[in-house]
Design a binder for this molecule. Structure first.
Ligand code: TRP
Length: 326
């Protein structure tokens, strides 16, 4: 029996952090064995925020690709590629744009939020069409499974609606893809807010051990715990939240000791930094191996795009035939 096809992707708006690792990449690494998997770096989507700073994109694309591979995506098992290397995404996006009612796009929550934060004049045509491009990313491979976070569910719903409308108008070409939601640990940033590049509170997969230790030392802890022997409140503490992910077996002991005033924040942070570095060491190892081979990353992305393009071209032949375009 052949494996079901899976596609997911991330925008190259910056290098990846622990939130990306725990929220997506670890899951993708598991899934690459079970599915015929395609992992994309969606540089055209990143233009919705980087259109005036496109010189940053090549560096980000490269770093995200390295982060994917360092996290354990294996180019022998899955296709790792850059969206703009497979032009078929753009053609399908254009064709979908003709059958997608404006009303569907204006209702998408991510669009509504961004529009409210921007001046009306700076809202681009491309931003409104963001989910149409995402539908093309998924459907050009006829992917059945799309691992994403909860915030992406409206985009997946729109993808299914576009597939249904295309099939209704031109005949059955596309499957209706399903979101694959996996319960993931929420990783707080060093200041307690969501970990995010724009909050300057992130630990990056590419941080060296010393940087990680330095960042953990600066993390917010329980403000009521001033002296080493003061009883602490782990429920609001970033360091404890990270211990629950990276010091799993010891989390119960850590909690008891903290509440009893038997554990100082400095030691607690040093223990966490050690465990974080242990968790990141295999990624650092794979990163080094990859970068030690000249041209290896470029080869992986080229071969990934070739594999993806072969599938995308087949789909586009069917699409053009269905629409009487050739
Ligand atoms: N919108 C997604 C995000 O911001 C990125 C994305 C683009 C994507 N195309 C995709 C995710 C296709 C899954 C499948 O996270």
């Amino acid at each position: 029996m052949s494996k079901a096809r899976l596609l997911s992707g991330m925008q190259p708006t910056g290098v990846l952090h622990l939130g990306n690792l725990e929220g997506a990449l670890r899951n993708w690494v598991q899934l690459q064995d079970q599915y015929d998997s395609y992992f994309c770096i969606v540089d055209w989507h990143a233009l919705t925020t980087l259109a005036e700073r496109t010189e940053e994109i090549p560096h980000n694309v490269r770093e995200v690709a390295i982060d994917y591979i360092a996290a354990g995506l294996d180019p022998e098992k899955c296709a790792i590629f850059v969206q703009s290397h497979v032009k078929e995404h753009a053609e399908l996006h254009l064709l979908f744009s003709m059958i997608t009612p404006l009303g569907w796009l204006e209702r998408v929550p991510t669009y509504k939020e961004k529009r409210e934060n921007l001046q009306l004049e700076s809202v681009s045509y491309g931003l409104l069409g963001y989910p149409v491009l995402q539908a093309a990313d998924i459907l050009v491979y006829k992917a059945q499974v799309v691992p994403v976070g909860e915030d992406q569910l409206p985009h997946l719903e729109l993808t299914r609606e576009v597939a249904r409308r295309f099939n209704y108008l031109y005949g059955e070409v596309f499957p209706e893809p399903q979101a694959l939601l996996t319960p993931a640990a929420r990783v707080p940033g060093l200041d307690g807010r969501k970990m995010s590049k724009s909050y300057n509170n992130a630990i990056y997969l590419s941080d060296d051990a010393q940087t990680v230790t330095q960042k953990v030392k600066q993390a917010f802890t329980d403000p009521q715990k001033v002296r080493k022997n003061d009883p602490g409140h782990p429920e609001g503490c970033v360091v404890f939240a990270l211990h629950q992910i990276y010091s799993k077996d010891d989390a119960a002991t850590i909690e008891t000791e903290c509440r009893a005033g038997q554990r100082g924040c400095v030691d607690c942070k040093m223990q966490l930094a050690g465990n974080l570095n242990t968790a990141l060491d295999p990624l650092r190892q794979r990163r080094q191996e990859l970068l030690a081979k000249a041209g290896e990353l470029e080869r992986i992305l080229r071969e990934g795009a070739e594999k993806a393009r072969a599938v995308a071209q087949e789909t586009m032949k069917e699409v053009r035939a269905a629409m009487h375009l050739e």
